[in-house]
Design a protein around this ligand. Structure first.
Ligand code: BDR
Ligand code: CA
Length: 312
């Protein structure tokens, strides 16, 4: 059994990622922390509890960072809706967030059983950065970290150069990438090209299964947003792909190990700078904080698996 702590700004694709992850028998969601990003951190916690209710997950939910370390708060209602779930969220949960903060929860769980917990972070990295400040040994205490964020090839979705999760809190991302933990970065190189196409959405829309039905409902707002950009009713699967790679690493068909830094000035804010000079060279690198950057995946196999597991 693998124990996973979610760290999420629960918007539409975070919710689909969480619902998907709950379908793996060998994965247990042990806890969730929330962070500002798509929606405010308290709203994200409300959304996590809604999704956990639907999936019958009883894990504690801790509200985390309300704002980035240095930058101003920026939310994304145009992408995810004012409530973060396309304004069609299921009824509020009767459960409450735990009262502990997300970084403290992370540190407490990691200390309680070193090497047991994996982290899946699909929002800005503020909670992970604060947890690293609270507990500098955190990289030795957690089993692995998988993040959705950044890009290896200088593409962005928030700015021409920056992916949204990293852009929201670039100082936090810098701390997280500088830490020597086993980290896998699932960025726009792979998530932008791993999409739900029209026929996939039709499958979701027809399914009475609770996970598929909720995905179909909340995706309407997300598709409205992407249609404005691409003129097609299709959407990328950012956070679900990161969840998929955590659960099934064989989805990765190409990756590289590289140091990752983050742009902090006005033009480069949130750009991940992936040192690709070793690309194609030996997989192992002696760089102190080399991380695994996913550059190619079996996207169609992933989408099929996602739809099947959601019940579509
Ligand atoms: C990321 O930004 C958020 O809008 C999504 O939930 C995803 O985590 C994609 O850039
Ligand atoms: Ca997210």
């Amino acid at each position: 059994m693998r124990d996973v702590i979610l760290d999420v700004d629960m918007g539409i694709d975070d919710a689909i990622a969480a619902m998907y992850l709950t379908t793996f028998a060998e994965v247990r969601i042990a806890a969730a922390g929330t962070v500002h990003g798509n929606v405010d951190a308290a709203g994200a916690a409300r959304n996590v509890l809604r999704v956990f209710d639907l999936c019958d997950i009883d894990a504690p939910v801790a509200i985390g960072a309300a704002r980035p370390l240095v930058r101003d708060l920026h939310l994304a209602p145009e992408v995810h809706g004012a409530d973060g779930l396309g304004n069609v969220a299921p009824p509020a949960s009767s459960r409450e967030p735990s009262g502990e903060s997300a970084p403290e929860q992370l540190v407490r769980l990691a200390r309680s059983d070193p090497g047991r917990y994996e982290i899946l972070a699909t929002g800005p990295l503020t909670n992970l950065a604060v947890a690293l400040v609270l507990e500098p040994r955190l990289p030795e205490l957690v089993r692995a970290v998988t993040i959705m964020g950044g890009a290896a090839h200088g593409v962005g979705n928030m700015t021409p150069l920056a992916e949204a999760n990293i852009w929201h809190d670039p100082e936090a991302a810098r701390l997280v990438f500088a830490a020597t933990w086993p980290l896998t970065m699932v960025g726009l190189d792979v998530t932008n090209v791993t999409r739900l196409e029209e026929q996939d959405l039709a499958r979701l829309g027809r399914s009475p299964a609770p996970r598929a039905a909720l995905a179909g409902r909340i995706l309407v707002h997300y598709l409205d947003f992407y249609e404005m950009i691409t003129s097609r009713r299709v959407c990328p699967l950012h956070d679900p792909l990161a969840a998929g790679i955590l659960a099934d690493p064989t989805l990765v068909t190409r990756s590289l190990d590289a140091e990752i830094s983050v742009g902090l000035d006005e033009a480069s804010r949130g750009m991940t700078i992936v040192d690709r000079r070793r690309d194609g060279g030996p997989v192992a690198t002696d760089a102190p904080a080399a991380h695994r950057v996913v550059t190619e995946v079996d996207g169609r196999r992933f989408v099929e698996d996602l739809l099947t597991r959601l019940g579509a």
